[in-house]
Ligand binder design. Structure first.
Ligand SMILES: CC/C=C\CC/C=C/CC(=O)SCCNC(=O)CCNC(=O)[C@H](O)C(C)(C)COP(=O)(O)OP(=O)(O)OC[C@H]1O[C@@H](n2cnc3c(N)ncnc32)[C@H](O)[C@@H]1OP(=O)(O)O
Length: 239
């Protein structure tokens, strides 16, 4: 990902990611490392400005583009690994959770923090967390909007390994891909999709309902006020 300053996911960036995933699949890619050009941020999650006073059709397109990208990422036939050498809140955490393996560096925060912003992590975000860390830990983390530090993320199983820095993180991600290289492709892909099928189907069969929930939620005046205040706090921080 290379959308400075924080790889926030707007419609255009989500489309780019989706196109890249389609291309990799068409080119029979043997593995992907999802990484960031930023030295300190993996991805800041959804671009909050897309949810602030949006036009209805633009908001619908934004959400459908996110769904398209995630359905592709979560179901890739090739192995995927997230090299998390920077913070990964909310949608950034979703990207990492959607890969098959996660390597993180020290001093990083990762988690689905939506509750803290007065928004709700959609069901499929929640499913991704539950599938990785289990029901009890996911419920606790999601209700609190907890951001895990590196040690906590490793302890709870949210990530698989800690590496010292970006270079080591990429090297460990490559080692994971190498460990998969000799597995029969069809068997590997079939088992992966078997595990992920119910999570994927839940969104595929409920896409329109999921979009409706998003739209109705974000268009509420009190939610818009919360988003406005959050945007102000973010820009005050950097100003
Ligand atoms: C029922 C369903 C309803 C709704 C579901 C909606 C689901 C939403 C999921 C999401 O992903 S919401 C997004 C949540 N993301 C966050 O809370 C992250 C916020 N950002 C940060 O915590 C920090 O920026 C950072 C830790 C990622 C990086 O910190 P740092 O390196 O110190 O950068 P700055 O904070 O100074 O930010 C630089 C610049 O970027 C802007 N920005 C940051 N995050 C976002 C974002 N998510 N969207 C848009 N813009 C963002 C920030 O305002 C600064 O902009 P300036 O113009 O002031 O420089």
């Amino acid at each position: 990902m290379n959308r400075p300053p924080v790889n926030s996911l707007n419609t255009e960036h989500l489309e780019q990611l989706h196109r890249a995933l389609v291309r990799l699949e068409n080119e029979k890619c043997r593995g992907m490392i999802l990484s960031s050009s930023s030295p300190t941020v993996f991805s800041a999650g959804l671009d909050i400005r897309e949810m602030y006073k949006p036009e209805l059709e633009k908001a619908r397109k934004f959400w459908r583009t996110l769904q398209d990208m995630w359905l592709k990422l979560y179901s890739t036939p090739y192995p995927t690994v997230a090299a998390i050498h920077g913070h990964a809140p909310a949608g950034g955490c979703l990207l990492a959770l959607s890969c098959e393996y996660r390597v993180i560096v020290p001093n990083v925060k990762i988690g689905l923090n939506e509750t803290q912003l007065g928004i709700v992590a959609p069901q499929w975000f929640q499913d991704c967390m539950r599938n990785v860390i289990g029901e009890r830990q996911a419920e606790k983390a999601l209700i609190a909007g907890h951001m895990f530090n590196t040690e906590q993320a490793l302890q709870v199983g949210l990530v698989d390994e800690v590496a010292a820095d970006k270079a080591a993180c990429i090297a460990r991600a490559e080692a994971f891909l190498a460990s998969q290289a000799n597995l029969p492709l069809l068997a590997r892909k079939t088992v992966k999709l078997g595990f992920r099928n119910s999570t994927l189907s839940r969104l595929m069969t409920g896409r329109e309902a999921d979009t409706k929930i998003f739209i109705e939620y974000i268009f509420q005046p009190k939610v818009q006020k919360g988003i406005e205040l959050y945007l102000q706090s973010l820009s005050k921080k950097s100003g």
